[in-house]
Each structure stands twice: as C-alpha cells, then as structure tokens.
Design a protein around this ligand. Structure first.
Ligand SMILES: *Cc1c(COP(=O)(O)O)cnc(C)c1O
Length: 365
C-alpha cells in the first residue's frame, strides 16, 4: 500500500455517518442552491475566521476573482503578489482583467517578502494579494503597513490556511477581503469544488453577492455585469460537518509536522520554519534539499508518493513566460522551485506511516 500525499477519502470516512446524514437531509429538502445550508455555513465560517460576512462561491479561484472585482480591481490595475504559488492566484488576477506584479518570497517561510513591496508600487497598483502558502501566514503586519501607506486593498489568498493565525488573529481577518478554497485536499474540504469570500465590510460583501449571481440586486435585473458562481447546498452541508472538526484536524496535522521535524533533525534536509507568534496549519509539510529529484525518486521506489508545490514558478510557466513584467528579480522563488518537496500529510496519516517516511529519508544519507 502506497503512502499518499493527501487522502480526501480518509477524511470523508472519518466523519462518514455525519456527512451521509447531512447530505440526505439536503436531498430531502428540495433546495440545492442558495438555501439554508449555504447561509449557515457562511455565518459559521465567518465567525470561525473572526469576521462579519462570508459569501459562498464555486471555487477558490472564483473567490479570488470576485474579491478582486468587488475591490474595484479591473483593466489597468496592477496587483502585487508572489510567483511561488498555485497558478490559480495569478489566473484570478488576470480573470479580473488586471496585471500581476511579482515580488520574491522569503527564503525561510516561503511567503511574500514585504521588503520589496514599496519598490514595485506604481500609480496603477490597486491591491496586494499575499498567499498564506502551505498554511504558514504571510507577514501581515508589514503588508498592512505598506497597504495603508499607499492606500491599497489587501486580498488574502487563504486557500491553504484555514485556521492559521498570527497571534490570535486568523488568516482571512487581516485584509479587506479574503478568499478560501474548499478543494477536496485543503484543510477544510468539500467533496467537490467550493470556495468562500470573507470580509468585515458589509458593502464589499453585498457587492460580491451581486457579482456572483449575474450582477443581480433584484432577481432577473442585472445592475452590473456578473457571472454565476455559487456554492451548492450539498457541499455546504458537508463543509458544516467538517468545520466542526477543523481545529482537531489541524492539531493532527501539526502533531504530524512536529514528528517529521524531530525525526528529520540531522537527516540533511531542511525542515519548515515557523515564524514568531505564528500558528502554522501545515496544509503542506515542505522540506528542502539540493538532492530533491533523487530523494523523490527513491521515496517513490519505497511506495511513498510526494508532490512538489510548485515545480515551476508561475512567471516561468508556458502560459505566462515572457508576458509578465518582472520589476524585481526573484532569486528565492527560482531556487526554491528546484529544491522543495512536499511530504505526505493529512489528518488520518498514521504514526507508522510518518515513521516510514522519516526512515526512508534518513536512509538516503
Ligand atoms: C487551491 C488553491 C487555489 C485555488 O482554489 P480552487 O478551489 O482550486 O479554485 C488558489 N490559491 C492557492 C494558494 C491554492 O492552493
């Protein structure tokens, strides 16, 4: 039996009876979109993050795209983000009609390096879009300070950071808007696609609600050009069940991460750093080594499946290469892509499996 990098089925089985009952209730209710389950999840998830409003949408990509549009980001705007991220972050900026502008990442935490922000702000910059990559929060105090100085919006990409915090403030509560994904392998995951936008601003939340449904303020009357991006009732009901277990699932991930870090000390690979005051939720447990490709191959031979998040920075991918201007060099982004490796991590991963991974890496020395 292979050790898998993630295991959405195991998470379903952990809560099977609760999920099956919740799904059956939706099927019986006759309401499959824009119903009670979505409304309750929006309330409960916003409360979990510590903000006033949540709006369920069809995916994390849509959440980013609609958050940007609600903030007024469109043609002619620039949005500062990182190239060391899921392509979805950058795709959402272009979907909104705007131009991505990249800064490098910090070589210790792999999140946005705030030092370069001032240098890349122009008269067209409209927003900063930090990514809480792997479940480690980006340095929000510094990013907020820069945004305030230049009067910019902050839109957080929280697709990997459900439950992560700096001090007692959750990711998703620092920016004007934040976007979550509920893709099946995320820390809080649907059994299909889903996403949510959260914000403290009632006007922005209302604007997202209009945009997500054809620009309707009133049924069948479009006040602005919109689209269709809804979270469905079945996924919302499943997510409500799993939200109740999110903190416990995150504690399991953190315990696995701690075991990896202890077990890999002295093994020759770099283990993840965790910033001061930071609650890391280990969406991924990412090690770094010059021998990444050999190690990955050897682990595969031992039936341990690893992934690389991400093997090619967005600015070097065929869809973007040569098309996006780079005002500053991105040496850490480019070096990291060749050296990082994501080890298996999910709440149901067993102690024996974690030990097997540690043993296989230690045997490589
Ligand atoms: C998963 C992910 C997204 C996109 O979410 P989808 O629900 O797959 O559209 C965006 N940003 C990051 C960092 C992600 O990991």
């Amino acid at each position: 039996m292979s050790i898998l990098p993630a295991n959405p089925k195991a998470n379903y089985l952990s809560f099977r009876s609760e999920i099956d009952e919740a799904v059956a209730r939706v099927l019986e209710s006759g309401y499959y979109l824009m119903g009670e389950q979505t409304a309750l999840l929006e309330e409960e998830f916003a409360a979990h993050v510590g903000v006033a409003h949540g709006v369920g949408v069809a995916s994390g990509t849509d959440a980013l795209h609609l958050a940007l549009r609600a903030a007024g980001v469109g043609a002619g705007s620039e949005v500062i983000t990182v190239s060391h991220t899921a392509v979805a972050t950058v795709a959402a900026i272009e979907l909104a009609g705007a131009e991505p502008v990249f800064v490098d990442v910090d070589p210790f935490y792999y999140t946005m390096d705030p030092v370069q922000l001032d240098e890349v702000v122009t008269s067209r910059t409209k927003a900063i879009l930090p990514v809480h990559l792997y479940g480690h929060p980006a340095p929000m105090e510094e990013i907020v300070a820069c945004a305030q100085q230049h009067d910019l919006f902050i839109i957080e990409d929280c697709a990997q950071s459900h439950g992560a915090a700096i001090g007692d403030r959750m990711t998703g509560s620092w920016g004007h808007l934040a976007a979550f994904s509920f893709y099946p392998t995320k820390n809080l995951s649907a059994l299909g696609d889903g996403g949510m936008i959260v914000t403290n601003d009632a006007t922005l939340a209302q604007k997202v609600r209009h945009l997500q449904q054809y620009g309707w303020k009133e049924r069948y009357i479009s006040e602005m050009p919109g689209l269709n991006s809804r979270l469905d009732e079945i996924q919302a009901a499943i997510l409500r069940v799993k939200l109740n277990h999110l903190s416990q699932d995150n504690r399991k991930r953190t315990a696995i991460a701690q075991k990896y870090t202890e077990g890999l000390a002295g093994s020759g690979v770099d283990t993840p750093n965790v910033g001061n005051q930071v609650s890391h939720v280990f969406h991924q447990y990412v090690i770094r080594t010059e021998q990444r490709d050999e190690l990955r191959k050897q682990l595969r031979a031992d039936d341990i499946v690893t992934l690389i998040h991400y093997p090619v920075p967005v600015h070097e991918q065929p869809a973007y290469r040569g098309r996006i201007s780079l005002p500053v060099p991105l040496p850490h982004t480019e070096a990291i892509a060749r050296q990082i490796l994501s080890l298996p991590i999910y709440p149901e991963l067993t102690t024996d499996e974690v030990d097997a991974v540690i043993g296989a890496i230690a045997a490589q020395r």
